[in-house]
Ligand binder design. Sequence first.
Ligand SMILES: *Cc1c(COP(=O)(O)O)cnc(C)c1O
Length: 376
Amino acid sequence: MSTDQRAAPTWGADYIRTISPYVGGRPVADVAREVGIAEHEIVKLASNENPLGMSPKARLAAIDALLDATRYPDNDGYDLRHALAARLGVPAAWIVLGHGSSDILEMAARAVLAEGDACVYSQYGFLVYALAVQQAGARHVVVPAHDYGHDLPAMAAAIDASTRLVYVANPNNPTGTLASREAVEAFLHAVPEHVVVVLDEAYVEYLPEALRTDGMALLRRHPNLIVSRTFSKAYGLAGLRIGYAAAQPALAETLNRVRSAFNTSTVAQVAALAALDDAEFLRRTIDINDAGMGQLVAAFGELGIFHLRSHGNFILARMGDDEHAGARVNAALLRQGVIARPVGNYGLGAWLRISVGTSDENARCIAALRQALARA
Ligand SMILES: *Cc1c(COP(=O)(O)O)cnc(C)c1O
């Protein structure tokens, strides 16, 4: 019998064997070890986390919950679901909690995709969509992007009788592009009712009111719509893994059928509840992001770095003309203790995605970029 650990796995269906597992941003400790820089000197701008950390209120609530984690969490997440419902102006039965919103994205796939069904999403769409589709043994229908953003009319046109699910990220990660309210409304209008649409609003908190699509009003008109959101980004709770979906009750119930038992911890639930109430922290988060985005954009202008206008807490910037420019500059940044996010796995090998940090972190990143590009 072979003991070769590198042999291709022989378990699972073909569509499972061919999955490339999700690759996240490099952990700080990992990079610190590799380049010999102290952990506190490392600047991580790789995973769109909140540079302010977490809300102090959420931290206290989480610590308090940790003092006794004997009991299973409330599998219904009663308090958090009711608080979210009150905030969003929908009934609590419309809210489903997820272990991060990635969990929601996967639940949607598990709930509605059978082997051979089709799922439509955009080129440069968030990678978790492709993984969720593949786990279900479903077919990927990847619609070419328009100017790096979702081509919603083409996505609607790509829907056929075998389509069961569509993912739309707005704003999208990694491109930061935003579809207008009108475009999203026209799209939903064009999608037949047998197709579930997941509107992934992981970055909605960063949008000024005037640019927001009113997801909750859309939910009332579209029984096939799921709006997913997360506490990982603006609320600063990425490490606790909590997000949610809002949908009409029939669809919310369908998600609940495939939801893992106790998928969100007590610590995550109470921290999210407290974070939801910390308007001041959210305000500071938006302010520091606006300022940091301005700082990065100004520096890119000065350094001649082409970038896309972003509506999130990150920015996609082109590091050169060849397919390896992103990886090359990324390596140079790592040597200087700056972790950015290569996006070659999105077919964007020339680019890097850089999260917006504090002004000091952004300055470190800009200095490292200046040096990396001067050498190139
Ligand atoms: C970060 C992100 C998510 C969700 O992350 P979770 O931590 O799982 O909540 C979902 N969609 C997009 C587009 C994202 O960038």
